[in-house]
Design a binder for this molecule. Structure first.
Ligand SMILES: Cc1cc2nc3c(=O)[nH]c(=O)nc-3n(C[C@H](O)[C@H](O)[C@H](O)COP(=O)(O)O)c2cc1C
Length: 182
């Protein structure tokens, strides 16, 4: 198997981390590589928030349902769907945004999810591991208040990242016939 496929096929969520910090350089590699992800009509309707502050991670761990790995992570990322930026640009250009359309909600949510997946793969390529945190949507109001999110910006998923303290086990997948149809 070539190296890229090996990396992709080795994915397993990591929830146990060593104390080793992710360097700022690697943090930016994760974010800039994630940013190369395709997005719908290149709207880039997402924003990423990076959190290292222990106190803030403790609050987020609580808000996501008591997930210890949020605190233990070196870097916690929050991937937000962001229609606020688009609305601001459109207002300046005197275009309409239709921020209340379900289609735009889906576009922004998918953009955020695709960027998040690429961030995860990049972290793995750099020898780190992590786990996505859908629990960030457990308390969307409180999370939005804490992160000072403007209107039309909402958290889609979080991501705990760090260096694995133990090798994660691969979890099984459905039989291919269950998910692929010709
Ligand atoms: C969108 C999304 C949200 C997730 N949210 C959580 C979460 O809040 N907490 C957690 O421990 N794992 C979370 N996970 C990890 C999944 O449980 C994990 O990907 C799944 O069990 C398959 O395991 P694997 O990633 O090790 O292959 C999430 C994964 C995805 C893709």
């Amino acid at each position: 198997m070539n190296e890229n496929l090996k990396l992709l096929n080795s994915h397993a969520s990591v929830r146990n981390f060593t104390d080793k910090e992710i360097s700022i350089e690697d943090e930016m590699k994760i974010v800039t590589t994630a940013q190369r992800s395709g997005t719908s009509s290149n709207r880039q309707a997402y924003s990423i928030i990076g959190i290292r502050n222990k106190k803030k991670k403790e609050i987020l761990a609580e808000l996501t349902g008591g997930q210890q790995h949020v605190i233990d992570s070196s870097l916690f990322l929050v991937f937000c769907a962001d229609l606020y930026r688009l609305e601001q640009i459109n207002e300046k250009k005197k275009y309409e945004t239709h921020s209340d359309y379900t289609e735009l909600f889906i576009i922004a949510t998918v953009d955020a999810a695709l960027v998040a997946e690429r961030a995860m793969i990049t972290a793995q390529a750099l020898g780190m591991g992590g786990v996505m945190v859908g629990g960030i949507r457990n308390n969307p109001d409180k999370v939005s208040e804490m992160l000072d999110l403007p209107k039309l910006v909402y958290p889609v998923m979080g991501m705990s990242l760090g260096y694995p303290s133990k090798e994660p086990k691969l979890k099984p997948r459905l039989h291919i016939d269950a998910i692929y149809h010709k």
